[in-house]
Design a protein around this ligand. Structure first.
Ligand code: OSB
Ligand code: MG
Length: 382
């Protein structure tokens, strides 16, 4: 496409109930959205199109080294100027070449992913193609799992999990940390039975010294344990995998298809949580899916409390064949009383894969105005 303008808007949404993980408590979702506009060459000629991207970086560098302010700064100071320079030199910018144009900037995958997502949305919208069709998805709906934060008490946890099961969520993921692991898992199993698809996520809160305690989780028939050890502990994860029967899943450790290849060949992961933002975008996410599938490694789509924009794209990705486990693709209402798009809803435990052009979702201007700051022009004028 030929980019004519690019704007950034910071958004802040209240979260319906505090969300606590081993790295902290979130009561507010902060993100920024990118809006790119320009013309796209299609078989029918040049078409004006708009695309939206969402940055998944959290407000603070507690889940990953990336954080929102840093992502915004690198976008303004390096990523957008790099694309601008390429376009001014006569290069055609396509979603497929955005990551190569930004490769000389080290890291900052979440920032890069937001930019690629916006260009991809504009490009697909111009071609009348949905994310799902473009990515090669085969399903029209995806099973919806829910991520349950650490609670103040086991009673609170049982009430919360009971509510989600009543809403129809087909898989429960419990956040765990040292001091909140075997007891809550045992309580949920006792209350709701062995039939509930259940998994846990430690967000890197343990070390190999805790392997005895982690091994105790083996008796609960969990689908998987997600990221028990630190993000750079691939070898230790491989060791832990030998000490436990519960399948080991990596989240934070996997930032690229190369990381996924390393983890698979080391035996550090038998399942991978794919988060498009964490790995630099939907195209790299699809490469990880393809690689994992070729190796018989199951994948599922993680979440970062995305708004309806990121959720729409995640649902499209999760509709690919290799996504054999339910993802953290919950309804908008799981986190937000009011989403910036039409709400994503739960229907018999599934979320519909958008079929409209591009993301198939767009921010509602009045809602955005209520929750977003002013549009900052990063390129041209809107
Ligand atoms: O580890 O999967 C995680 C949210 C923020 C950061 C990390 C994680 C999470 C979640 C929530 O578990 C997933 C969701 O968006 O539903
Ligand atoms: Mg996780």
């Amino acid at each position: 496409m030929i980019i004519e303008s690019l704007q950034l808007r910071e958004v802040s949404l209240p979260i319906v109930a505090p969300f606590t993980t081993s790295f902290g408590t979130q009561t507010q979702k902060r993100t920024y959205l990118l809006r790119v506009a320009g013309t796209v060459q299609t078989a029918a000629g040049a078409v004006e199109a708009v695309g939206w991207g969402e940055c998944v970086a959290l407000a603070d560098p507690v889940y990953s080294s990336e954080y929102l302010g840093g992502a915004r700064a690198v976008t303004e100071q390096y990523l957008v100027p790099a694309l601008k320079e390429a376009q001014e030199a006569g290069a055609e910018l396509t979603a497929e070449t955005v990551s190569a144009r930004l490769e000389h900037i080290v890291g900052h995958r979440m920032a890069k992913a937001a930019l690629e997502m916006a260009v991809l949305d504009a490009q697909l919208t111009a071609h009348g193609l949905s994310f799902a069709t473009y990515l090669g998805a085969t399903r029209t709906e995806v099973p919806s799992g829910v991520s349950v934060g650490i609670q103040d008490s086991v009673e609170d946890l049982l009430r919360t999990v009971g509510g989600y099961l009543e809403e129809g969520y087909v898989r429960i993921k419990l956040k765990i940390q040292p001091g909140w692991d075997v007891e809550p898992v045992a309580a949920v199993r006792k209350e709701f039975g062995d039939g509930v698809p259940l998994q846990v996520d430690a967000n890197a809160a343990y070390t190999l010294v805790d392997s005895r305690q982690l091994h105790r989780l083996d008796e609960f028939g969990l689908l998987l344990i997600e990221q028990p050890l630190a993000e750079d502990d691939l070898l230790q994860h491989a060791k832990l995998a030998q000490l436990m029967s519960t399948p080991l899943c990596l989240d934070e450790s996997i930032e690229s298809a190369k990381d996924a290849a390393d983890a698979i060949s080391l035996g550090a992961a038998s399942v991978i949580n794919i988060k498009p933002g964490r790995v630099g975008g939907y195209l790299e996410a699809r490469r990880i899916h393809d690689l994992a599938r070729a190796h018989g490694v199951a994948v599922w789509c993680g979440g970062m409390l995305e708004t309806g924009l990121g959720r729409a794209a995640n649902a499209a990705l999760a509709a690919l064949d290799g996504f054999t486990l339910p993802g953290d693709i919950s309804a908008s209402g799981r986190f937000y009383a009011e989403d910036v798009t039409e709400p994503i809803v739960l229907d018999h435990g599934t979320v519909a894969v958008p079929s409209g052009p591009g993301l198939g979702a767009t921010p509602i201007p009045e809602v955005l105005d209520r929750h977003a700051g002013p549009a900052v022009e990063l390129w041209g004028r809107g």
